[in-house]
Ligand binder design. Structure first.
Ligand code: UDP
Length: 366
């Protein structure tokens, strides 16, 4: 007799959504987590009564009504709209790329003036863009590429924009309106009380073991459940037998300041190459905090090495090929399910993680 229907490895959002549905259907789940808390990268730590996004800023946004309704049934969301600022050597621009950005860059007023400039600049790209640099120039022209994209992207990814896939830059909207909303999605916000409220509700009814490394205790945990859901990295699951997948990692420097309002906005991107961090987050602005102090975090991109948190997959061709080899092994597993941004090696937003978990729920539990 196995003690659990599912042993779930990793306590992030994907696992949480699956566990929630499984528990609701009377399945018994054991969740094991390497860290000392649940919630994966959306976990927040309270400092000065501010929810500090410990693993980087997370802003929930989606156009999927089913996903939006699902999370709203569990926690209320505030009206936060992400409107970051870019700081290029002291020059301030609105993000994403919109009429406010174009007006500041070129001293122009109308969409037609902006279009004319961008059209003239993007003429240097002939044919379909083949990398991030060409894609960026053909979207917003060279001036904006040089000041707001090149330095930031090369810091973030640790390689030349010519060696990066173009889809990364397509995440950002380009608009010929005076609209500073970073996302195009229909719904957006931050859970009132923080992401931990959402996570705790999703894991209600599960047994949870923290500070446990599955890969060091495989046999024991495999034997505890009928099925295993693994949400860690696939290459680690297979002992890196074909080699290591590449990730970018991050280092965070968090500081409490004796002032109420440090930068006037939650996110400031430092888009020059010389500043070693990519952005400063002022967490209180995610929830309209009014306390006397503030907490800020500088975010430094670093090359991932074993032992660090793998944040961003490097989805270039070589890595995709390597991933496909691991995926082939995973597809052959009988009682092991895989999912989430790590096991799928995807640059996922939270709503897409939830959609992916819904799909597994449908296949596995219905
Ligand atoms: N990006 C940029 N300049 C910015 C912000 C973003 O060039 O000021 C590019 C960069 O290549 C980055 C990508 O857009 O990797 C996606 O940015 P997003 O804000 O979606 O990244 P995330 O918040 O997921 O780290």
């Amino acid at each position: 007799m196995k003690s659990y229907d599912y042993v779930i490895v990793g306590a992030g959002l994907f696992s949480a959504v699956f566990a929630y549905h499984a528990t609701k259907m009377g399945k018994k789940c054991l969740v094991i987590e390497r860290r000392n808390h649940v919630g994966g990268n959306i976990y927040c730590e309270k400092k000065e009564n501010i929810n500090v996004h410990k693993y980087g800023a997370h802003i929930f946004h989606t156009s999927n009504k089913k996903v939006w309704n699902f999370v709203n049934e569990l926690v209320e969301f505030n009206r936060y709209t992400n409107s970051p600022i870019a700081n290029y050597k002291g020059e301030i621009y609105n993000m994403p790329f919109n009429m406010n950005t174009f007006s500041k860059m070129w001293g122009i007023r109308t969409p037609k003036e902006a279009k004319d400039i961008i059209d003239a600049q993007k003429a240097e790209i002939k044919g379909e863009p083949t990398n991030l640099e060409e894609q960026a120039i053909s979207l917003v022209g060279r001036d904006i590429y040089e000041k707001l994209i090149k330095g930031y992207t090369e810091k973030q990814w640790g390689r030349d924009c010519k060696d990066l896939p173009s889809f990364i830059i397509k995440r950002l909207p380009v608009r010929y309106t005076y609209d500073n909303n970073y996302f195009n999605d229909s719904y957006q916000g931050i859970p009132i009380g923080g992401y931990n409220v959402l996570i705790d509700k999703l894991f209600e009814g599960c047994d949870i073991e923290l500070n446990v490394d599955f890969n060091k205790n495989r046999k024991k945990y495999m034997e505890l459940g009928d099925k295993l859901l693994y949400t860690g990295t696939l290459d680690e699951f297979y002992d890196y037998k074909y080699g290591k997948l590449e990730y970018r990692s991050l280092r965070f420097e968090t500081e409490t300041l004796n002032e109420a309002n440090y930068q006037g906005v939650a996110v400031v991107n430092y888009t020059d190459r010389e500043t070693p961090f990519t952005r400063i987050i002022e967490h209180k602005h995610f929830e309209y905090g009014t306390g006397e102090k503030t907490v800020i975090t500088r975010e430094y991109p670093v090359t991932w090495q074993e032992g660090m948190e793998p944040y961003y997959p490097v989805n270039n061709e070589a890595n995709q090929e390597l991933f496909a080899k691991y995926k082939e092994l995973a597809d052959k597993e009988e009682n092991v399910l895989f999912g989430g941004r790590l096991a799928e090696y995807k640059y996922y937003d939270m709503d897409k993680v939830i959609e992916s978990a819904f799909m597994l729920v449908e296949e596995e539990l219905q």
